[in-house]
Design a protein around this ligand. Sequence first.
Ligand code: IMP
Ligand code: MG
Length: 182
Amino acid sequence: MHSLESNIDHILITEKQLKDRIHELGAKITEDYKDKQLLLVGILKGSMMFMADLMREIKINTRIDFMSVSSYGSGTVSSGQVRIVLDLNKPIEDYDLLIVEDILDSGATLHYIKELLSARRPRSFRIVTLLDKPSRRKADIQADYSGFVIPDEFVVGYGLDFDENYRNLPYIGVLKPEAYEK
Ligand code: IMP
Ligand code: MG
């Protein structure tokens, strides 16, 4: 087997399932934001594939920007500590912000981002997450749009990493425990 895939236990969400669901999310966002000033804010690096596919399914004018925060070390459990690594380029008060995130886990990352960006007074603030693990939530935060609710398993691919690897897999897969337990 290809070495990239040899540590994948099984595929959780296929390319086709991702494509179909992102098409639905794009249609919903298109409708909800048709009279708004949409600004998509991707949280690097995990959201980059989702952002690229989602924006193509949004059929109204939109701008994009990116933020990078760091919350994880190289392990699979969140440290709860969040630090800003790259900030937005421009003021946001004239825009309806839609944060684009790969996965909502403990919620610490998005809670921090929400506090930080709400203080800059955007016209509105919402969150779209591709994946949601509600069983692990610690912070008081919900997504306004969510692609898939998933069980408490560590997943990789389609932008999501383990120790910066596996982001280039085109599907969402579950990592074999022996890949991170050693
Ligand atoms: P939270 O702050 O605990 O909600 O964690 C959010 C961030 O943790 C995400 O943006 C991911 O980078 C990372 N993360 C959480 N769960 C997973 C997972 O199952 N696979 C890969 N990354 C994850
Ligand atoms: Mg990550």
